[in-house]
Design a protein around this ligand. Sequence first.
Ligand code: SF4
Length: 677
Amino acid sequence: MGAIRTTCAYCGVGCGISAEVRGERAVAISGDRDHPANRGSLCSKGTHLGETVGLEGRLLAPMIGQGEASWDEALDLVAGRMRDCIAEHGPDSVAFYVSGQLLTEDYYAANKLMKGFIGSGNIDTNSRLCMASAVAAHTRAFGEDVVPCSYDDLDAADLVLLVGSNTAWCHPVIWQRLEKTRERRGTRIVVIDPRRTETAEQADLHIPVAPDGDVALFNALLADMKRRGLVDEEYLATHVAVDAGFWDDLSPESGIPDAIFRKLCDLVARHPRTVTLFSQGANQSVCGTDKGNAITNFHLATGRINRIGAGPFSITGQPNAMGGREVGGLANMLACHLGFSEEERAEAAAFWNAPNICTGPGLKAVDMFRAVHAGKIRFLWVMATNPAVSLPDSTFVREALARCPTVVVSDVIADTDTGRLAHVRLPAHAWGEKDGTVTNSERRISRQRALFSPPGQTRADWQIVADVAARMGWGESFAWANAAAVFREYAHMTGLAKARDKVLDLAVLAEMDDAAYADMEPFKWGGERPFAKGYPTASGKARLVAVTAPAEVTDPAFPLRLNTVRYRDQWHTMTRTGLSPALSHHRPEPLLEVHPDDASDLGLVEGGFGRVETAHGNSVYRVSLTKGQRRGEICVPMHWSDAMAGQGRSNRLPSQAVDPVSGQPGYKNGAARVTAI
Ligand code: SF4
């Protein structure tokens, strides 16, 4: 068999992979030279995907409690419990918590079942934890959740501002691309991050902004551009509506030392071709939406958007965070970039032939689990994610799961922290078995193709959803023959968005037959300049959103600021990357990183142990002294969990505080204290 072209299972760069199957569960992985996202490059996680495709630890049969069950028994139980729950407590007593690890076809099926047939908006995704604030900022600024940039803009930029992004570790192939661009055209790279990360070490300028100091910094930057006469008045007059009092309220206080701020302003003034790439450090904040809009404001006001080599560029964490945003996986969107107006709901109901179209938005992730805890949600179906580890305040989340009368988990791994609390577990296809599409950070849809026969009794996630829907009496509307049929239906549905002058439009893919779907090449919706014909708002104009810097928070009982971060070679809760011996070498254990002077004050020593405490929990870590931490700030990794015995269970520490617009939790700036042990 020749090489199979597929897409990486991990981050939102969405690298193309060339996979040569060498045996029953053996595959040689290399970068796909023809994929526009990576042109043959891969990072360590993608390169070692072959080490993670074994069947060790896989969930291979449906389980009811601890006992193996047939699919019929498991599906009858799931559908019966859901039907009873709806009859007794109403549709909002049911919720789905899904994932950017799902393929677009899976997402589409789950969203359709919940919002069109069960009749609730209660489907949300772990993408809420990743880039919901960027989504909200795009919607406020542009009228639609559309990323205005492409990776090619990184190649054409003279200046790249990396905000809250340890790109060299978290999106390594983007970093490799930036390094090549720098070599070729002298592109300057600025890192805006409280930590002096591996990326900051290699940048031309590092700005050690305070946690959540980004709004102040970008407001001051824009004020400085205005003072220098570098606001694009013509672009503003033609394409942008400005909030009342916007310019009067723009504070010149950057919050960083003046000499560093001058350097930044001088660089920005000299280089109109600027891309601002922002990621979790911006989004995972109680003011993440405002941060996103401070960034879009800067680009709109200076006309650094809709042009080659310029624009605000949100880069997503997960392989298919964007696909979920397209089909409606977020609770605050109906489907295909449609909202919840009467007309939009009627259009979706007619398209789906849906008997129970939902009446409004559902609960966002943190609120969803609060409702589970409070007994309002009584049936929860978790698909392809591990919220007992990844949601903030995991002790509360575990209590919620333990109290819920029915928890269903569809997953590929048998033993996860969430799976341990499930009543029913349904075995799903893993990467290498899945067949469908994902959308990367630049809006490019790529195929994930199956490499192996599905093991055991595993099924595709969309198929499991369709099987449950059939048992609920809605089989006709979910009778897809294959993933291609699901995709075609989704592509047709984007016609509703197009009719409302939205950018999302896949009409060109809607008539693909199965063979064309099998051979589908990467496709970027929205084209190179998605706002070339104006912005998808009533006026056709984008918006400068007045945003103000948040007040500094201090708590004498918890005087340190806690940041949770990713490691280069691990992914999420390590259920997959933890299988690879090679990936475990880089950082084999979770570390508490602390400035040496703080360590001295706290009695911590290099290699010793420290206990991190917050108002929500505590965990023990080995100490690593690093001058890359600002004084008064500490950081720990997000990956380790209770399912792995030992220290470093960071999920217990963050609070449930969220951004008021997006509902995204603020993982990057918690209140903590540390004691030496
Ligand atoms: Fe996979 Fe992301 Fe690495 Fe590319 S950069 S190989 S998508 S983990």
